[in-house]
Design a protein around this ligand. Structure first.
Ligand SMILES: Cc1cc2nc3c(=O)[nH]c(=O)nc-3n(C[C@H](O)[C@H](O)[C@H](O)COP(=O)(O)OP(=O)(O)OC[C@H]3O[C@@H](n4cnc5c(N)ncnc54)[C@H](O)[C@@H]3O)c2cc1C
Length: 310
C-alpha cells in the first residue's frame, strides 16, 4: 500500500512539472521523456516503420543450433555438421514438427498505431506489455498515411484496395490531419482540467501510436509472419512484419530459409484443385467454371497458378 501511495505521489509531482511541456511519457520508474509536438524520437537499434513507428530487438534466446540440439535430445547426440543441421531443420519445418522451434525466443520493442496493435494483439501466443495511457500522457504522434496509400476500395477483395489513388488526395490527407489535431487538442484540454488520464484518452483515434514489448517463440513468430507478410494482410501491419523478418533472418538463417521454402512461398492446393491441376498437366480440356464452381475459390486458384507462372 505504501509503495502505491509513494508511486502516486511521485507521478503527481512529475506529471505536474511535465505538463508545462507539450507531450511527455512517464515510465514505471517515473522517468519522463519529454517530447515536443513534432519531435519523433527513436531508441537505439530501432528499424523505422511507417511514418513514426519502429521495431527493435531487445533480446533473443537461442539460434538454429538450439533447434537441432532440442530435436536431437532423444538420441543424445547434439549438433552434427552444418549440412546435417540444415537438413534436420528443413525436415522439421516440412513436416510441421514445430516444438523444436519453440526453443528460440525473441523479445521486441515496437511502436505502432493502435489499429495495427489491434490486429497484432490477436496473435495470442505472445507475451505483451503495452504502454498505458492511464499512467502516461500520450504524445502527439498519429499515423498520417502517405498520399500514395490513399487508394480506392476493391470491389472483389473486401479486405483491400485497388491500388488506384482516390480523387482529391490532398483534401483527404488534410482530413486525416484535421481529425487528429482536433482530437489531440481536446485531449490536452481534458488533461489541463486535471481529468483522469484513463478517461481523457478515450476519444483519441486509432491512428494514435502506442508502444509495447512483445515476446514470442520462433514457431509462433513464423505463424505470425506467414499471416502478416501475406498480401491479404493490411499494408501497415505488413510493414512491421517485414521489419521483424529482417531481424529474424539474421538470427536464425537456416530456419528462415526453411520457413521461406516450406511456408512463406509455398502454395497449398485443395483436393479439387489438385484434380484440376492433374488434368491440366496431362493437357486435358478443363472447364474451370464447372470444376471449381465457387467464384472466390476459382479466382484464388487462378491467382495461385499465375503466381507460379510469373
Ligand atoms: C488477413 C487477415 C484477416 C483477418 N480478418 C479478421 C477479421 O475480419 N475479424 C477478426 O476478428 N479477426 C481477423 N483476423 C484475425 C485472425 O482471425 C486471427 O485471430 C489472427 O490471425 C491470429 O491467428 P491465430 O489465432 O492463428 O494466432 P495465435 O493467437 O498466435 O495462435 C496460434 C495458434 O495457437 C492456437 N491457439 C492459440 N490460442 C488458442 C486458444 N485459445 N484455443 C485454441 N487454440 C489456440 C491455434 O492453433 C492458433 O492457430 C484476420 C487475420 C488475417 C491475417
Amino acid at each position: 500500500m505504501l509503495f502505491f501511495t509513494n508511486l502516486t505521489k511521485r507521478y503527481t509531482l512529475k506529471v505536474k512539472s511535465a505538463r508545462e511541456n507539450s507531450s511527455n511519457s512517464i515510465d514505471f520508474k517515473g522517468n519522463i521523456s519529454i517530447m515536443s509536438d513534432n519531435e519523433i524520437t527513436y531508441p537505439d537499434g530501432a528499424i523505422k516503420v511507417l511514418d513514426k513507428g519502429f521495431v527493435r530487438l531487445i533480446d533473443a534466446m537461442g539460434d538454429d543450433s538450439a533447434i537441432v540440439q532440442s530435436a536431437r535430445v532423444s538420441y543424445g547426440k547434439g549438433t552434427k555438421t552444418k549440412n546435417e543441421d540444415r537438413g534436420l531443420i528443413r525436415y522439421l519445418m516440412r513436416h510441421f514438427h514445430t516444438s523444436p522451434f519453440e526453443m528460440v525466443e525473441f523479445k521486441f520493442h515496437a511502436r505502432m498505431p493502435i489499429f495495427v496493435a489491434r490486429q497484432w494483439i490477436r496473435h495470442r501466443t505472445a507475451n505483451v506489455n503495452e504502454l498505458s495511457a492511464r499512467y502516461s500522457e500520450m504524445p502527439n504522434w498519429f499515423y498520417e498515411p502517405d498520399a500514395s496509400l490513399l487508394t480506392t476500395q476493391s470491389a472483389q477483395n473486401k479486405q483491400g484496395g485497388t491500388g488506384k489513388q482516390i480523387k482529391n488526395v490532398e483534401e483527404f490527407k488534410e482530413s486525416f490531419k484535421k481529425v487528429k489535431d482536433y482530437a489531440y487538442k481536446e485531449y490536452q484540454k481534458c488533461l489541463s482540467a486535471n481529468m483522469r488520464r484513463e478517461l481523457a484518452r478515450v476519444n483519441l483515434p486509432l491512428s494514435l501510436y502506442t508502444e509495447w514489448y512483445w515476446k514470442i517463440d520462433l514457431n509462433n513468430l513464423f505463424h505470425f509472419l506467414r499471416l502478416r507478410l501475406d498480401s491479404h494482410s493490411q499494408y501497415e501491419i505488413r510493414e512491421y512484419a517485414l521489419a521483424i523478418s529482417e531481424i529474424v533472418k539474421k538470427k536464425v538463417p537456416i530456419s528462415w530459409e526453411a520457413f521461406k521454402d516450406y511456408q512463406l512461398y509455398s502454395r497449398r492446393f485443395s483436393k479439387i484443385e489438385l484434380d484440376v491441376l492433374k488434368d491440366m498437366l496431362n493437357n486435358k480440356e478443363v472447364d474451370l467454371d464447372s470444376r471449381i464452381p465457387n467464384k472466390r475459390e476459382r479466382i484464388e486458384f487462378k491467382e495461385k497458378i499465375s503466381s507460379i507462372k510469373n
